[in-house]
Design a binder for this molecule. Structure first.
Ligand SMILES: [Zn+2]
Ligand SMILES: [Zn+2]
Length: 270
């Protein structure tokens, strides 16, 4: 049992050129890709992005002859309410080990686009969390709530602002997440490339206060070198919150992996 990266992209995502082997060469741990399932995607000309399942499986099969890793297949499912039926149809018809649930755009712009980051921070935050809350009420058949702070990445939002503007909505979001066994993802790209680690420090406590105890860590790598970036930092943060294990997923079944391996008493280890 080992902790491993549970959020990575390859060329089967519209915004990545990475090869699966770029990750396999770095680890003996299980490898799980989570390509974008996205509808009416403003970052891709309004197209629907449906990962080519047969080709993903064929790529895994070819590499399984050369690499000893366990191959798992996940999906980063971007929910957009007007595409609810198309979204469910794809998920109902394809088998995955792990479903990450994300909210990336408002139908006109991705939350990282220039047009939205000129909005007042409070307005962007409220629009995003309201969209997430409404989406979670309609769809929560996933394993993990990915990057809860996605729309805040390009803003300098302080922990006090997150509390003042976002906590009432986040409390409702985390309550639904907990009721449906959704893990909270520590997205190390958000935390350490976009500087939102202090917001995660708060959100972990609020998710725990809602009864949450399931956590995953994902680098959100779109290129090989980002694999497991800052995992030690994220694990240290979880330990400060008293978290003792990480959830990993196969066929949507959880295996809890201890953060600290059990200590073997040397005197008694014959
Ligand atoms: Zn994402
Ligand atoms: Zn991603």
């Amino acid at each position: 049992m080992t902790i491993y990266d549970q959020h990575m992209h390859t060329l089967y995502s519209f915004d990545s050129e990475a090869q699966l082997r770029d990750y396999l060469t770095q680890t003996k741990a299980p490898v799980v890709t989570t390509e974008h399932l996205e509808f009416d995607n403003p970052d891709d000309g309004g197209r629907d992005n449906l990962p080519d399942y047969a080709r993903m499986k064929a790529t895994q099969a070819a590499l399984a002859e050369k690499f000893p890793n366990e191959f798992l297949l996940g999906i980063e499912a971007g929910y957009f309410a007007p595409a609810d039926a198309r979204f469910r149809q794809y998920l109902d018809n394809h088998d995955f080990d792990l479903t990450l649930l994300s909210f990336h755009h408002d139908g006109h712009y991705d939350y990282l686009d220039e047009q939205l980051i000129t909005m007042p921070a409070k307005q962007q935050l409220e629009d995003y969390f309201e969209r997430m809350l409404a989406g979670l009420k309609r769809f929560h058949d996933a394993d993990v709530l990915a990057h809860f702070d996605y729309a805040l990445r390009r803003f300098d939002i302080t922990p006090d602002q997150l509390e003042a503007w976002g906590k009432p909505l986040l409390d409702q979001i985390f309550t639904i997440a907990v009721e449906n066994d959704l893990a909270l993802e520590l997205n190390t790209k958000s935390m350490y490339r976009w500087g939102n680690a202090p917001l995660y420090d708060q959100a972990i406590a609020w998710y725990q206060a809602a009864g949450g105890h399931l956590f995953t860590i994902g680098s959100d790598a779109h290129e090989g070198p980002q694999y497991e970036a800052n995992f030690a930092d994220a694990l240290a943060m979880l330990k400060r919150h008293g978290v003792k294990e990480i959830a990993t997923y196969r066929q949507h079944q959880r295996t809890m992996v201890p953060i600290e391996p059990p200590v073997i008493d040397a005197d008694n280890a014959y």
